[in-house]
Structures are given as C-alpha cells and as structure tokens.
Design a protein around this ligand. Structure first.
Ligand code: NAD
Ligand code: UDP
Length: 331
C-alpha cells in the first residue's frame, strides 16, 4: 500500500514510518518540522519507497494514498501552548483536510487522538465511554478541545460520508527520538538525571500517569488501522500506573545519578490521574503492551546519553551542519 503519515518526522511518526517501510509499504512522510527533526528520518531517505514532503496540514493537499495516519500536531504542553491558535488550527483544519483527502481518494484514515480528551478525569481508570472533564477555556484547551473536535469530525465524516475511520486515544508514550527540550516529563527527568541536575517535580509528585513504550504503541496503531470495522475510539496505553514521584526515583536509579528532586509549581489544569482501560484494544486487536517501564526507560536513557555524547563531539553550531547534509537529500 501507499501510506501517508502526517507528522512523520516527529517522535511517534518516525517510528511509524520505519515500521511501515519494514512491512513493505510505500510511505509518504508529511511534516512542517515544527517539532519534528530531519534526523529522525534521515536513515529512511535512501529508501526508494520513502518520500518526504514539507507541508503544513492546515493547507489542503492532494495525494493518491490507501491509508492516512494523521499524527501532525505538537504533543508536549510547552510546544502546543507556544502558539495555541496554531495548535487549534492544526488539529481542526488538519483533520478536515486529511478527512477530505480520505473521502476523495477512498483512503482509510487513523486519527492520533489522546487521553487528553478525558481532561482531568473524574472517572478512574478511563474507559472509552467516559466523556471527560475538560476546561474549555484553560491553557490546555487548545490541544484538548482541538483533539476532541478532531474526533467529532472523524465520526461525522464517517456517518455522513462513509469515510473509513480509526481513532486511537493515545496515553503518555515515551522512547527514543523524543525531543530532549520539549518539557515532557520523561525527557526532562532523563536529561536532568544524566546531567546530575535536580529533577523538576511539579506539585507534590502524587499525580499519576501510565507510560507506554513507543514500540508497543506502534504495534497497536498498525493493528488498529488494519482491523476491519473498528470505527469507535480505542484507548492505547500501558495500564500500569505510576506517580510522577515514583518515575523520578526510577529515572535517578537507572541513570545512576546523583540528582535530587526539586519541587516546582504545578501547571494549571494538570490532570491528577490517568490510566487507560484497554479492554477494547485487547478484544478488537488482541493488543496489549509488553514493555515494562524499567525496560523502556533503559532504552530511552541510552538514546539520550548517546545524543549528549554526540553533541559534545560536534562543532559549535551543529544544527546548521545537520541541515546542510539533510537538505541535499530531501525530496
Ligand atoms: P511530536 O511533536 O514529536 O510529533 C508531531 C509532528 O507533527 C512533528 O514532526 C511536527 O513537526 C509535526 N507537525 C506539527 N504541526 C504540524 C502541521 N501543522 N503540519 C504538519 N506537521 C505538523 O509529537 P509525538 O509525541 O510524536 O505525537 C504525535 C501524535 O500523537 C500527535 O498528534 C499527538 O497529539 C499524539 N499523541 C502523542 C502522545 C505522546 O505521549 N507522545 C500522547 C497522546 C497523543
Ligand atoms: N512533570 C513534572 N516535571 C517535569 C515535567 C512534567 O513533574 O519536568 C509532570 C507534569 O506536571 C504532569 C506529568 O509530569 O503531571 C506528565 O507531564 P507531561 O508534560 O509529560 O505530560 P501530560 O501532562 O500531557 O500528561
């Protein structure tokens, strides 16, 4: 098949492109490089079945494809709040453009939705039937409401135009190729621990999250896309729940770090708890995550340690060097 991955140069998108190429598909990676990096996909550029398009999903595009994974959207609070209006446009106009494309070329489309559609949940753990508790005027709303409206659009295009849709509600996912400076907790803690700096624990650290390693998530996304008739939203995450304080201690231990924990103010509307019920994914897709946090963190720490080592050995302005090399190969 020919498969379009929007946001394909990002953290999850680059792993997905890699997996789809391994399965023998042609892959078109579309990205505006807001939070994506050329080096995430640099190793794929020589594959003749891989094509890279610099494009913004808020503008329409016409491509002949069989499947669309719509991942384009910044995912970390720091990045999606940086230009909140643009985040809404990316989620909503991006969904409209990709659904329009899917309708026109009869492609199946999967939307990367999020556990943020549950907001600060009052039902715990979260089943797909839960409608959520979102502050529509808060600082997370550009992302949460944008993603909720994208789900609405998916269901309406399905009901009205018979577009063949899939909705993955992704819970916190981590792994190699996360941006080291994107403010998400896993990357922050690892970078801080590797530099023996204090880990910035927001609030009391008693808030919880459930962390899924990226390989497990990719397996789930591909299974969902290829399951027949799976039009309802499906939670995708690792149901093992940790407090953020537990995560901090584990990262310090695994890094063999001398870091301590520093308590910082809790950001506005920070959800207190989050844990998916994944019964639907188990039944529909026979999918369950296998990689425990300790093992996934070890892979992720090794990746970040490698990047720090590489950056130390680079000349003063490594980014411009990287751009020169990659731009020659960009299609
Ligand atoms: P990421 O920031 O690494 O990747 C997003 C990609 O989308 C980047 O390459 C970015 O440049 C691109 N992009 C952003 N706006 C765009 C636009 N207007 N046009 C074209 N490309 C654009 O984030 P990620 O963690 O890989 O997340 C990928 C998707 O999964 C996002 O839709 C996100 O909302 C969703 N998701 C991720 C998580 C997680 O924990 N990582 C959790 C829930 C949902
Ligand atoms: N967090 C933290 N220290 C950090 C970054 C995040 O304590 O340096 C907390 C944050 O307040 C939240 C949790 O970790 O409770 C997960 O944050 P992240 O931004 O990774 O994801 P999200 O809040 O979107 O789940």
């Amino acid at each position: 098949m020919r498969i379009l991955v929007t946001g394909g140069a990002g953290f999850i998108g680059s792993h997905l492109c890699e997996r789809l190429l391994t399965q023998g598909h042609e892959v078109i990676c579309l990205d505006n490089f807001f939070t994506g990096r050329r080096e995430n996909i640099f190793h794929l550029l020589d594959d003749r079945r891989f094509e890279l398009i610099r494009h913004d999903v808020i503008e329409p595009i016409l491509l002949e494809v069989d499947q669309i994974y719509n991942l384009a959207c910044p995912a970390s609070p720091v990045h999606y709040q940086y230009n909140s209006v643009k985040t809404v446009k990316t989620s909503v106009m991006g969904a409209i453009n990709m659904l329009g494309l899917a309708k026109r070329v009869h492609a199946r489309i999967l939307q990367a939705s999020t556990s943020e559609v549950y907001g600060d949940p009052q039902v715990h753990p979260q089943p797909e039937e839960y409608w959520g508790n979102v502050n529509c005027i808060g600082i997370r709303a550009c992302y949460d409401e944008g993603k909720r409206l994208a789900e609405t659009l998916m269901m309406d295009y399905h009901r009205q135009n018979k577009v063949d849709i899939r909705i993955a509600r992704i819970f916190n996912t981590y792994g190699p190729r996360m941006l080291e400076n994107d403010g998400r907790v896993v990357s922050n803690f690892i970078m801080q621990a590797l530099s023996n700096e204090p880990l910035t624990l927001y609030g009391t650290g008693e808030q919880t999250r459930s962390f899924c390693y990226v390989d497990d998530l990719i397996e789930g996304l591909v299974r969902l896309m290829n399951a027949e008739g799976a039009h309802e939203p499906v939670n995708m995450g690792n149901p093992t729940e940790f407090t953020i304080d537990e995560l901090a201690r584990l990262v310090i231990e695994l890094c063999g770090s001398k870091s301590e924990v520093k308590f910082c103010p809790l950001p506005q509307d920070d959800p207190k708890q989050r844990k998916p019920i994944i019964a639907r994914a188990e039944q529909l897709l026979d999918w369950t995550p296998h990689i425990p946090l300790r093992e996934g963190l070890a892979h992720t720490i090794a990746y970040f340690a490698g990047r720090i080592k590489r950056d130390e050995s680079l000349p003063a302005n490594p980014q411009s060097v990287e751009f020169e090399i990659v731009s020659n190969k960009t299609v």
